[in-house]
Design a protein around this ligand. Structure first.
Ligand code: ASP
Ligand code: MG
Length: 407
């Protein structure tokens, strides 16, 4: 069982978490719990690190930000004991959950846990601090990147051979699209690992992308549900599982969107070998992730125009880099926009159906929405449009693919 920041935001909510744990214990399960820091705590710790000095040190950053989860793990163990359950808290290094030394976004390399398994067998609830690990060679605390408690939970579930990994959050499952934007969004009963991976990567915020990768790799079935639902009610959420376990497959399962995109266009670039390398090489060196790319022939046939997207947070940085290489690349003009949104439709059914994206293009055209860029892959397609049309485009696609709730 994993509980996110809003679920453990204060002691009263931690008491509510304990009721969920008790339900599972009463049903005869052995339970390991992974907790996040209280809502807002990690942001506060990050801000303090920034305030503390200009000589930023990633290892000390981790030492500070890992502390939020230590508090909630201890508090939950106290509260569980208070209601008569044997419980023990575990910090990352005590398990040990070992990682590489990429402070701030470390990857898990190995999970010990024989002591923890012994505890579970005895019936003790193990309460594990999420988000953190230990780099064994340097003996330093690491963290797994923002939202990393999801990955802690899934990796731990795999390591102890758990039957299930239940992710408790503040929404009661995975929806066809964001219900705050599209009122007819529906909760999905089941989503395949692959679809969930695309949804998380393309903007759905419910799970950390890496946690879904780990779940897929190890076949850990995830159940996403809300800690605010009645603790007495065991079933209310979305199961993330193998494609084969989903009988009624839709062509499109969900529509994701991301406002965190920026568009850059270079005009009148020489149309000759090596130009793409001259543009994308320096961006890659700066660790800037380029996503959609389209190239068109310019009017004069000797030059070409190139449009691509980068994360909005990297927009200014990318523009500076390209202006710096202007002579080497040889372009006439650089323009860009941040008021764009990437809308993506996802569904494993696309593998076996043609024309799925074409229907979306017509539907958006009928609403007068211009598509600035398109990318497709086996089970998804994405379109970049003006941000002002986000809601209209989402509603249009949601109806088009038969996802609207009937109620
Ligand atoms: N507390 C960490 C964060 O806010 C990890 C997590 O909650 O998953 O990013
Ligand atoms: Mg989270």
């Amino acid at each position: 069982m994993k509980f996110g920041g809003t679920s453990v935001a204060n002691v009263e909510r931690i008491r509510n978490v304990a009721r969920h744990v008790k339900r599972e214990i009463d049903a005869g399960h052995e339970v390991a719990v992974v907790v996040s820091a209280m809502a807002g705590k990690t942001n506060e710790l990050v801000a303090w690190c920034k305030e503390a000095g200009s000589h930023f040190d990633n290892a000390e950053y981790d030492a500070v930000v890992a502390s939020g989860e230590l508090v909630t793990a201890g508090l939950l163990a106290l509260v569980l004991r208070d209601i008569g359950l044997a419980a023990r808290s575990w910090q990352g290094w005590q398990i040990p959950l070992l990682t590489d030394d990429a402070h701030g976004s470390a990857r898990i390399t190995k999970i010990g846990g024989s002591q923890l398994i012994e505890d579970l067998r005895r019936g003790d609830v193990a309460v594990v601090a999420g988000f953190q690990g230990l780099h064994p060679l340097t003996n330093r605390v690491t963290t797994l990147g923002r939202g990393g408690s999801d990955t802690s939970a899934v990796a731990l579930a795999a390591a102890i051979g758990a039957d299930r990994c239940d992710i408790y959050t503040d929404v009661d499952g995975v929806y066809t699209t964001d219900p705050r934007v599209v009122s007819k969004a529906r909760r999905l009963d089941k989503v395949s690992f692959e679809e969930m991976l695309e949804m998380a990567s393309l903007g759905a915020k419910v799970l950390q992308v890496r946690s879904v990768e780990v779940a897929m790799l190890h076949g850990v079935r995830l159940y996403v549900r809300s800690s605010f639902d009645d603790p007495a009610d065991p079933n209310h959420g979305t199961l993330i599982c193998d494609e084969e376990d989903i009988l009624e497959q839709q062509i499109v399962t969900g529509i994701a969107f991301s406002r965190d995109e920026a568009q850059i266009t270079l005009r009148e670039i020489a149309d000759k070998p090596g130009v793409a390398a001259a543009i994308f090489g320096p961006l890659a060196e700066a660790n800037i992730n380029v996503d959609m790319i389209i190239q068109v022939v310019s009017d004069d046939m000797a030059t070409t125009d190139l449009t691509f997207t980068v994360p909005a947070s990297e927009y200014e940085h990318a523009k500076r880099i390209l202006e710096g290489c202007k002579d080497k690349i040889g372009f006439a003009k650089l323009s860009g926009a941040t008021d764009v949104v990437k809308i993506s439709a996802i569904g494993v059914g696309m593998r076996s159906h043609s024309g799925v994206a074409a229907r979306a293009f017509s539907a958006l055209a009928a609403k007068g929405i211009n598509i600035r860029a398109i990318t497709t892959s086996e089970i998804k397609f994405s379109m970049l449009i003006d941000e002002a049309y986000t809601e209209l485009a989402l509603r249009t696609l949601h109806s088009l693919y038969g996802l609207d709730s009937r109620g």
